[in-house]
Design a protein around this ligand. Structure first.
Ligand code: KIV
Ligand code: ZN
Length: 544
């Protein structure tokens, strides 16, 4: 018997982007979408078109660039379905329809809460009003495309009898996928699996639609719940790379995919994911969202294939399967090797990057190669990890409004002082010096005295990329602008102004003070890039 296919619906660009600080620029979103396409995901939820003109544009760009022919390296010929989320409002559905229109396969995903707590306190709607709205909005969405997904939000806490009615209404109105979200991550695996089994038994014509699940990780059970749902008949799983998403995040794409792959003996299920692209996708998403992957994270964490205990190492040397249930190569995590050195040429450098999954060319390749040469002068052995940090630092940065030219710090028990030289958006080079509580504080004050984008430093982390005194240091920062810039809450507009926006930046260098300055400037450039895109969209909107 042929194994069943489970569709992988990726929501990194929608639910994932709702994580505080994970804001991506449009070009970063496009890069992530291309990577998801190469990974082989069936559906890319590219955003929430009605959230802002910027979001609409981003979904549309992805529909045009990825949704027509896919991208080179995609494991299947058909391009992915491009989906936009929409609340159950005609205006949201209109925007979603406009955004997905260029895609060969476009989907509108509309949702309405069904649980008693949401009906009473958020929507203030009766059961009958909710049912009528579902019928009305799914039917309306159906006038644009046949591919309609409906989600009863907070299905995990919805009374079963009402859930059946809501799903039946959506099917009758023309939905082709019914998604069962555990919005608040409340359910536990057997219970959630049982819900799926009961839905299959009790909703008329359910066999004509695809059952999907969307699990949040508030109790750390999102992956387990999703897998239990698959065992009970769900045939689409909604996931995000690195498990990012609202609060504790969504089910992690790499964990769901590898559980289905490693335990195919049990599930008898296939996905069309090219698992060798998983590590690359994880790194890219981590860089562009600033969400650092914990070292012990399953599948893609730095320690996921590291064996420390003597007994384990001994076992591994005798037979890999003693302590390894999958090979690192299967998920694209090659062994750390000594690869290149001072005498390596541009060609060898580009080749190694391509082997690691980075398609660098032109200006980006030139800049990364120049940095590689500088690093090779200081550091004898350059590992894959160094290369990845370096190339991510060069390729995954927002537009450079401000650029660091030089930096000088004096520190000790006296007054830590920093002098910085920056080139600004107008091409002029300026110098400033400041005193701070420590060298990083002094550097950040000096940068601020030139850029004038006041912001609060919320988080500062530094880690070394590889071992050794000459290791590259990677700094990540999260900052929040102090000018009242607020993020629109993409799901609940009543909280529109409740959350200060958070922006991230990262920098890598053998000198951690330089890496710190680069990370801070990258965060400021990100603020400026997103503001400029918003202004452009507003201007385009008022001109239209
Ligand atoms: O968690 C949730 O309920 C959602 C819906 C919009 C599907 O993200
Ligand atoms: Zn969600």
């Amino acid at each position: 018997m042929q194994p069943d296919h489970v569709r992988i619906f990726d929501t990194t660009l929608r639910d994932g982007e709702q994580s505080p600080g994970a804001t991506m620029t449009s070009s970063e979103k496009l890069e992530v979408a291309k990577t998801l396409s190469r990974l082989g995901v069936d559906v890319i939820e590219a955003g929430f078109a009605a959230a802002s003109p910027d979001d609409l544009r981003a979904v549309k760009t992805i529909a045009e660039a990825v949704g027509v022919t896919g991208v080179e390296g995609r494991p299947v010929p058909e391009p992915p379905t491009i989906c936009s989320l929409a609340r159950a409002h005609t205006s949201d559905i209109d925007k979603a329809a406009e955004a997905i229109a260029p895609a060969k396969h476009g989907r509108i995903h509309t949702f309405l809460a069904t649980s008693p707590i949401h009906r009473e306190h958020k929507l203030r709607m009766s059961r009958d009003e909710v049912l009528a709205k579902i019928t009305e909005m799914v039917s309306y969405a159906r006038t644009f495309t046949k591919d309609i997904e409906f989600s009863p939000e907070d299905a995990g806490r919805t009374e079963m009898d009402f859930l059946y009615e809501a799903l039946q209404a959506a099917i009758e109105a023309g939905a082709s996928t019914l998604n069962i979200p555990d919005t608040v991550g409340y359910t536990i695996p057997n219970e959630f699996g049982e819900r799926i089994a009961m839905i299959r038994q009790n909703v008329p014509n359910i066999e004509n639609v695809v059952i999907s699940v969307h699990c949040h990780n508030d109790l750390g059970l999102a992956v387990a719940n999703s897998l239990c749902a698959v065992q009970n008949g769900a045939r689409q799983v909604e996931v995000a790379v690195n498990g990012i998403g609202e609060r504790a995040g969504n089910a992690s794409l790499e964990e769901v995919v590898m559980a289905l792959h490693v335990r195919r003996d049990l599930y008898d299920i296939t996905t069309q994911i090219d698992t060798t692209q998983l590590t690359r996708a994880s790194r890219l998403v981590s860089k562009v969202t600033g969400m650092v992957v914990q070292p012990n994270k399953a599948i893609v964490g730095a320690n996921a294939f590291a064996h420390e205990a003597g007994i384990h190492q001994d076992g591994m040397l005798k037979h890999e399967e003693t302590y390894e249930i999958m090979r690192p190569e299967t998920v694209g995590a090659g062994k750390t090797q000594l690869v290149l050195g001072k005498h390596s040429g541009r060609h060898a450098f580009a080749n190694r990057l391509a082997e690691l999954g980075y398609a660098a060319s032109g200006d980006g390749l030139d800049k990364a190669f120049a940095r590689f040469k500088k690093l090779a002068d200081k550091k004898k052995h350059i590992t894959d990890a160094d290369l990845v940090a370096l190339v991510s630092d060069e390729l995954h940065q927002p537009k450079e409004y401000w650029r660091l030219e030089k930096i000088q710090v004096g520190c000790g028990t006296g007054m830590p002082t920093a002098t910085v030289k920056l080139t600004g958006p107008d091409g002029r080079t300026q110098i400033a010096a400041e005193v701070g509580t420590g060298p990083v504080d002094a550097v950040y004050k000096a940068i601020q005295s030139l850029v004038h984008v006041p912001c609060t430093l919320l988080e500062y982390t530094v880690q070394s990329v590889t071992e050794g005194i000459d290791a590259l240091g990677e700094v990540s920062v999260r900052v929040s602008p102090e000018d009242g810039d607020r993020s629109p809450d993409k799901i609940n507009p009543q909280y529109q102004h409740s959350r200060a926006r958070v922006f991230h930046g990262h920098g890598a260098h053998t000198d951690v003070i330089v890496a710190s300055a680069k990370a801070y400037i990258a965060a400021i450039n990100r603020i400026l890039a997103i503001r400029e895109a918003q202004q452009d969209n507003e201007a385009a909107g008022s001109a239209a």
